[in-house]
Every structure is written in structure tokens, then in C-alpha cells.
Design a protein around this ligand. Structure first.
Ligand code: SF4
Ligand code: F3S
Length: 106
């Protein structure tokens, strides 16, 4: 499966959702996740993310291992998103900021 990692938080560009052939993205207030039970590893979403926040599960950056379980957990709670929407106005400011996990809204 592919996994959405920390840099999506507060960036949420949503370019990723349009290319997924099996609609596995789920949307929360300031973060998206991939449903690991739906993802078919097609790789299409990975290059679409301007924040480079999508990685294969065997390539999760050190320290972000918790995002594997977070994607699974939150995809069971949040609704599917299939249409791109405006990113938050301050998305660019947050792109690349460290330690954003504490800002994750549920
Ligand atoms: Fe969807 Fe393919 Fe990305 Fe998996 S790898 S989330 S199937 S676009
Ligand atoms: Fe997040 Fe990147 Fe998609 S910032 S919403 S994973 S395009």
C-alpha cells in the first residue's frame, strides 16, 4: 500500500485524489489518508503530490512509521474524497515544516 505521511498535514493539496483508480483517499479536516485495504499499488498518486507526502509503505521516512497505522485507522473514520479542491491558503507556508503531527485534526 501507499501511505500519506506527515508533510500532507496543513498542506492538503488534494492533487492526489483525482488519479486514484480505486478511490482510496479519505479526507479529514487538514490531512488525507489512503485506505490500505483498497490501494492497489498503482503508484499514480505518488508523483502528483506537490508536498511529496505519499510514499510506498516500505519507504516510510524514519520517525514517521506511525503514519502506516494512522492511514488505516483514519480511513475507517473519514469520508472518501475523489475531487480536487482548493488547498488551504497557507498551504505553501506549511510545506516542509517539521513536526506537524501535533497539528493533525481528527
Ligand atoms: Fe490509489 Fe494507486 Fe495511490 Fe494506491 S497507489 S492510493 S491505488 S493512486
Ligand atoms: Fe496531501 Fe499531497 Fe494529496 S499534500 S492531499 S497527499 S496531494
Amino acid at each position: 500500500t501507499f501511505v500519506v505521511i506527515e508533510n500532507c498535514i496543513k498542506c492538503k493539496y488534494t492533487d492526489c485524489v483525482e488519479v486514484c483508480p480505486v478511490d482510496c483517499f479519505h479526507e479529514g479536516p487538514n490531512f488525507l489518508v489512503i485506505d490500505p485495504e483498497e490501494c492497489i499499488d498503482c503508484t499514480l498518486c505518488e508523483p502528483e503530490c506537490p508536498a511529496e507526502a505519499i510514499v510506498p509503505e516500505d519507504d516510510i521516512p524514519e520517525g514517521q512509521e506511525a503514519f502506516l497505522e494512522l492511514n488505516a485507522e483514519l480511513s475507517r473514520q473519514w469520508p472518501v474524497i475523489t475531487t480536487r479542491k482548493e488547498a488551504p491558503p497557507d498551504a505553501e507556508e506549511w510545506d516542509g515544516k517539521p513536526d506537524k503531527l501535533k497539528y493533525l485534526e481528527r
